[in-house]
Design a protein around this ligand. Structure first.
Ligand SMILES: [Zn+2]
Length: 96
């Protein structure tokens, strides 16, 4: 893994793009609001036993116990490599 992307850029992708926006608007991954939480279909195990924490900007699956930041989410839903996911988010967020 080279230093193709600055730490600052990766930090922006992880923190500044709301993960619920990535899930619902970019990836069109099935989602719903229940009990005040934004929940999504886990791309790893296919369960809906999930929630998004806006403070950490992470999606969490309680069934497979996986956390997803925006980059992880794109990698899992679109079966992209890390590099492909970063390029995708940079393009949609117009950060490049
Ligand atoms: Zn899961």
């Amino acid at each position: 893994m080279g230093q193709r992307y600055s730490k600052k850029m990766l930090q922006r992708l992880r923190n500044d793009i709301p993960v619920d926006f990535v899930i619902a608007d970019l990836l069109k991954q099935p989602n719903k609001i229940s009990e005040g939480y934004f929940r999504f279909l886990c791309p790893n195990c296919g369960e809906f036993n999930t929630a998004v924490n806006p403070k950490t900007n992470l999606g969490r699956c309680f069934s497979c116990e996986k956390n997803f930041n925006p980059i992880d989410m794109v990698m899992s839903v679109k079966t992209y490599s890390f590099t492909q996911a970063v390029e995708y988010l940079m393009t949609v967020a117009r950060l490049n």
